[in-house]
Design a protein around this ligand. Structure first.
Ligand SMILES: [Zn+2]
Length: 422
């Protein structure tokens, strides 16, 4: 007998005994569509995370197919001891709405996931330690008043091209912040000894694009995805990666929505959000011709490039495929992990208003990639033991991409356009 699920809960944990053929396939298809998240799978059983707002809908689908399930937990955010969340996610307990008492000063060591203030402190320390190459600036303020901070690493050569590297666009994808800070740390410490492929670039790092959402996942709801924007009297949040102004709001609705309660809510208009505006302004007005745009997400272990809004190949399809393959090869050689490579629409799903479609389509950054990090097994709740190996494999991948990009010319390229204008 099913217990009654709270319909207002962020996420519930359901257990399904898969006794009949086809049930697992059906659930896996729902997972691909984003309706549920398969959190754990054994031979006869699946543990699902079901978004509270979708609980009724999923319940109906299950009833139609006579799938029996048990609600193990009606609100994941209110249950700090839940092993499914606790075991794999973090050292920090998940409390219901309460901010933890101040923790002792901690330093980033890539052995754990860290809250916003530790990330920002890490950036400040790099700036103080390497003042000739590292600069921290505030590129925007969020709806809740937090800084969006950026670390620039550069030798200030006027001929440099730009590399954009960001993480935590989606709040719950903590590993993306670990990876961005790891790459920044490596570059800052080794910059003067690195080859020209690295030093001929201005590196722009934003480890936490979505500080409000990121903070919320550390205090209240580990699986929150969007920012914390208000719609009317409610905080519903906007999916930042649907708010960019290239094909914004157009096309199908599977992974993009005009409904503020939807997990992929696109916002009231393109660039309605401070996070997307901040990125747009730096990319378009910094004066640096960007060559590479890398946005890190989790958890599909894939290297995806434009387009997201159509299955049509973009003008640089072959180059992007080769650049992505160079990354994937370097990752594999580092850790043995296989990342898929391909056009986003082909290897992920349809989405419009994404940052890579905008960076490639509008800002004309030829090497625009969305990298889905680990892990397919643990989904958003990557075990902290895997942080360092993930960071190392991705650093190798980024190095391979940088070298590849300097060898190759692209069609859709603002770097070439700048040269032609001169
Ligand atoms: Zn994401």
């Amino acid at each position: 007998m099913n217990t009654v699920a709270r319909k207002d809960a962020r996420y519930q944990i359901w257990e399904v005994h898969c006794s009949r053929d086809g049930q697992k396939t059906f659930l896996k298809n729902l997972d691909i569509k984003g309706s549920i998240i398969i959190n754990k799978e054994t031979q006869s059983c699946m543990e699902l995370l079901v978004e509270g707002l979708r609980a009724l809908q999923v319940e109906k689908l299950f009833k139609e197919r006579n799938i029996s399930y048990e609600v193990k937990l009606s609100d994941s955010a209110s249950f700090p001891g839940n092993p499914a969340l606790d075991r794999r996610s973090t050292a920090r307990p998940i409390s219901s709405g309460r901010v933890r008492s101040p923790i002792k000063q901690r330093e980033l060591d890539w052995k754990d996931f860290y809250p916003l203030h530790v990330i920002y402190q890490f950036m400040s320390v790099l700036e103080t330690t390497y003042p000739s190459t590292c600069t921290v600036s505030v590129i925007g303020k969020t709806a809740e008043g937090r800084d969006i901070r950026m670390l620039k690493i550069s030798n200030s050569d006027a001929d440099n091209t730009g590399v954009w590297v960001d993480g935590a666009t989606h709040a719950r994808e903590w590993i993306s912040t670990s990876v961005v800070t790891y790459i920044a740390d490596h570059l800052a410490r080794n910059f003067t000894n690195m080859s020209a492929n690295f030093t001929n670039k201005d590196w722009y790092f934003v480890p936490v694009v979505n500080p409000d959402g990121y903070s919320y996942t550390h205090t209240t709801d580990r699986l929150w995805r969007k920012n914390r924007a208000r719609f009317g009297n409610c905080i519903t949040g906007v999916d930042i990666n649907r708010n960019f102004g290239f094909y914004w709001g157009r096309g199908g609705t599977d992974h993009m929505s005009s409904d503020p309660n939807h997990i992929n809510y696109r916002g009231v208009e393109a660039f309605s959000e401070r996070e997307t505006t901040a990125i747009k302004d730096i990319i378009l007005y910094s004066g640096t011709p960007f060559k590479i745009f890398l946005t890190f997400h989790a958890y599909s272990e894939a290297i995806a490039f434009p387009w997201c809004h159509t299955a049509e190949p973009c003008p640089d399809y072959v180059n992007l495929l080769e650049g992505g393959t160079a990354m994937a090869k370097a990752i594999f050689e580092t850790s043995g992990r296989m990342y898929k490579v391909g056009n986003f629409k082909d290897i992920m799903y349809y989405a419009s208003g994404t940052s890579i479609d905008w960076s490639y389509g509008t800002a004309r950054i030829p090497y625009s990639y969305l990298v889905e990090l680990r892990s397919k097994q643990d989904k958003f709740l990557l075990h902290k033991d895997e942080i360092q190996v993930c960071c190392k494999e991705i650093l190798s991948g980024v190095k391979a991409l940088v070298e590849f990009a300097d060898k190759t010319n692209c069609l859709n390229c603002n770097v070439n356009a700048k040269k032609l204008r001169q």
